[in-house]
Design a protein around this ligand. Structure first.
Ligand code: NAD
Length: 244
C-alpha cells in the first residue's frame, strides 16, 4: 500500500512576503533599490563594468537580510508543514527568511544572497568568505567569486524544477509578487487545471490573472488566515469568507 495522499500546497513568493520583515520590495519607491538603478547593480554588464560597486550593494542588502526576522506569513507556512501538509515553496527572494521560519522545502529561483558562487561555473557554490565578498576572492578554478544571485538578463537555473513542482500542486498560493519578472510569473501556467490558485497581495486586484482568486491583504494577515482554515479542516480549499 502506498502512502496516503498528503495535500500539496505550492507557494510562489516574492519580495512582498518579506516586506513586513523590513526588507524593501523591489518596486518600493524608497530605500535601497531606489538609489541603485538595476542596470548599475544587478546585471552582468554592471558586474563587468564595476564589480566593487556591485559587491558593495550586495553587502548592504546582506546586512538588511541579517537584521530581518521571519514574519507571521513565513511562520504560518512553516507551521502548516509541521502539521503534516506537503508544502513546497518556490521563492523569488534571495533572503533566507523561509528557512529561518522552519520551512524545509524551499527552492530559490533567483539565488541566495548569503552564498557566493564562481563567476565561471554557476554550480560551484561557497560560503561567504569573512561574511562578504571582496575583489580578489577566488573560486577553485581561479575566477572571482560573486554573489549567488541571478541578475536581470541571466538564465534562471532551477526553472525546470520549479515547473515540475507547480505541476504537482493541489493548490497554488502566490504571495507578494508583482508577477512582472519572467520567467517566474509564467509558473502560474504550469499548475494543474483543477488546482485553485490564490493570490495574497494588497494590490491583488491589479495583478491577478483570470481564474485566480484574489485576497487583497498584507501577507502577515492573509497567509496566517488561510493557513488557520487549512489546519482546521485538514484540506486545501479557498474559503469564500476571507474574500472581499
Ligand atoms: P516586486 O517588488 O516586483 O513586487 C512586490 C509585490 O509585493 C507587489 O505586488 C506589492 O503589492 C506586494 N507587497 C508589498 N507589501 C506586501 C505585503 N506586506 N504583503 C504582501 N504583498 C506585498 O517583487 P517581485 O515580484 O518579487 O519581483 C522583483 C524581483 O526583485 C525578484 O526577482 C526578487 O528576486 C527581487 N527582490 C527580492 C527581495 C528579497 O529577497 N526579499 C527583495 C526585493 C527584490
Amino acid at each position: 500500500m502506498g502512502e496516503p495522499h498528503r495535500p500539496h500546497l505550492v507557494v510562489l513568493t516574492g519580495a512582498g512576503i518579506s516586506a513586513e520583515s523590513g526588507i524593501q520590495t523591489f518596486r518600493a519607491s524608497d530605500g535601497l533599490w531606489a538609489d541603485h538603478p538595476i542596470e548599475e547593480v544587478a546585471t552582468p554588464e554592471a558586474w563587468r563594468r564595476d564589480p566593487e560597486r556591485v559587491l558593495r550593494f550586495y553587502d548592504q542588502r546582506r546586512d538588511q537580510v541579517r537584521r530581518a526576522r521571519p514574519n507571521a506569513a513565513h511562520k504560518a507556512l512553516a507551521a502548516l508543514e509541521k502539521r503534516g501538509f506537503r508544502v513546497s515553496i518556490i521563492t523569488q527572494n534571495i533572503d533566507d527568511l523561509h528557512e529561518r521560519a522552519g520551512s524545509r522545502n524551499v527552492l530559490h529561483l533567483h539565488g541566495e544572497i548569503l552564498k557566493a558562487r564562481s563567476t565561471v561555473d554557476p554550480r560551484m557554490h561557497y560560503p561567504l568568505p569573512r561574511g562578504g565578498i571582496a575583489v580578489g576572492d577566488l573560486c577553485d578554478k581561479g575566477s572571482q567569486l560573486r554573489p549567488d544571485v541571478v541578475w536581470f538578463g541571466e538564465a534562471v537555473p532551477h526553472f525546470a524544477d520549479a515547473c515540475e513542482i507547480v505541476g504537482e500542486a493541489d493548490l497554488l498560493l502566490v504571495v507578494g509578487t508583482s508577477l512582472a519578472v519572467m520567467p517566474a510569473a509564467s509558473l502560474l501556467d504550469q499548475a494543474p487545471f483543477d488546482a485553485p490558485c490564490v493570490l495574497v497581495d494588497p494590490e491583488a486586484h491589479v495583478l491577478a490573472p483570470p481564474g485566480v482568486t484574489r485576497l487583497n491583504q498584507f501577507a502577515g494577515k492573509g497567509v496566517p488566515a488561510l493557513v488557520r482554515h487549512w489546519q482546521r479542516e485538514g484540506r486545501l480549499w479557498v474559503p469564500e469568507t476571507l474574500l472581499d
